[in-house]
Design a protein around this ligand. Structure first.
Ligand SMILES: [Zn+2]
Length: 334
């Protein structure tokens, strides 16, 4: 069930706990080190990567109304392989919204409602290889960069705010670069860095700058145009953690958080409370869901559900897991 399902509007109290992120999501990120600060783009220099000439969107479609709310679909972190590893079969490969995107970033943009025509830059053609849009690596045999630029053509300020919030919820450090605002001078656009992939150190510094509420430029000043919710920032932080600080492409699956309001949650061998206990996870622990299936109905902190989540070692009842959705967020377990 998607969070914009009409039942959500009809039964807001029953479903309120199932939709979106928990409001008390803990969030802490230390400030940037001097070394990280030195990696950020210098806002006093002319930025060739983000000129109007570079940021040319495809034929505009009148789709701005998609962003009338800030709810994103649940993304799925598909399995990916680095260069040099066993290549994936064609059936495992994921169609990209645009060349040069990481497959997970492509799926994240889809989940945020972004159509391919709004993607104005992936791997950049700036002459200096130090560019923030330079290739970060290859995955599934295709080159990608974690940095992507998006057009805000036809969008109102409110819709841009909603899009920024959606992008963060699915794992993008995101800034609206508005000429004359927050230290930016140049073409208006959205610059995002996808947090759950291997990326160059400059982009890691940008993600960290985002996480501490800064503008991602060398001035590292407080970003004022949009105030991201703690839940959205926590979502980026989770994706960034999954990428193990950007050094591997590991971490396939959906990151979610156990919420039992106290007791540890039992991990079961199968989707039933009568199947063998194979372990437990503490309240508040993050887990990675790789697939889900229906089983015994369980009533938990997020209502009643027959959905069970496979977390690598066994199943936990989805009624106790904050996934950002009251429906399935990962493929069905085979
Ligand atoms: Zn950019």
């Amino acid at each position: 069930m998607h969070m914009r399902n009409p039942f959500v509007a009809i039964l807001p109290i029953l479903f309120a706990a199932c939709v979106g992120e928990p409001p008390d999501e803990p969030f802490y990120e230390p400030p940037l080190t001097d070394e990280e600060l030195a990696q950020l783009p210098d806002d006093s220099l002319l930025d060739h990567e983000h000129t109007d000439l570079v940021l040319v969107p495809g034929p505009a479609e009148d789709d701005a109304a998609i962003f009338d709310d800030d709810e994103a679909f649940a993304p799925y972190d598909i399995a990916v392989v680095d260069d040099g590893e066993q290549p994936m079969t064609s059936g495992q490969l994921h169609a990209l919204l645009r060349w040069g995107l990481h497959p997970r970033a492509s799926d994240g943009l889809r989940a945020a409602g972004v159509a391919s025509w709004r993607i104005t830059q992936t791997i950049g053609n700036a002459p200096a290889s130090a560019g923030y849009h330079a290739q970060d690596g290859s995955v599934n045999g295709q080159p990608y960069t974690a940095a992507t630029d998006l057009s805000t053509s036809g969008m109102t300020g409110t819709q841009i705010h909603n899009l920024l919030e959606r992008l963060a919820k699915v794992g993008f450090a995101a800034w609206y670069r508005k000429n004359g605002v927050d230290g930016w001078s140049g073409a208006n656009h959205i610059h995002v860095v996808y947090a759950n992939c291997k990326m160059k150190s400059q982009l890691r510094a940008q993600v960290r700058s985002f996480l501490v509420g800064r503008n991602g430029l060398v001035s590292n000043r407080v970003y004022t145009w949009h105030a991201f919710t703690a839940a959205a920032k926590a979502a980026v932080q989770r994706k960034f953690n999954q990428s193990q600080q950007g050094t591997t492409n590991g971490g396939a699956g959906v990151s979610a958080r156990i919420n039992t309001s106290g007791a540890p949650l039992t991990v079961r061998a199968n989707a039933s409370t009568t199947s063998a206990a194979v372990g437990s996870r503490a309240d508040g622990a993050y887990v990675t869901i790789t697939c889900q299936k229906r089983g015994q109905s369980v009533t938990g902190t997020y209502g009643t559900s027959t959905l069970w989540d496979y977390i690598g070692t066994g199943y936990v009842a989805d009624a106790y897991v904050a996934t950002g959705s009251d429906g399935q967020v990962a493929p069905t377990c085979q």
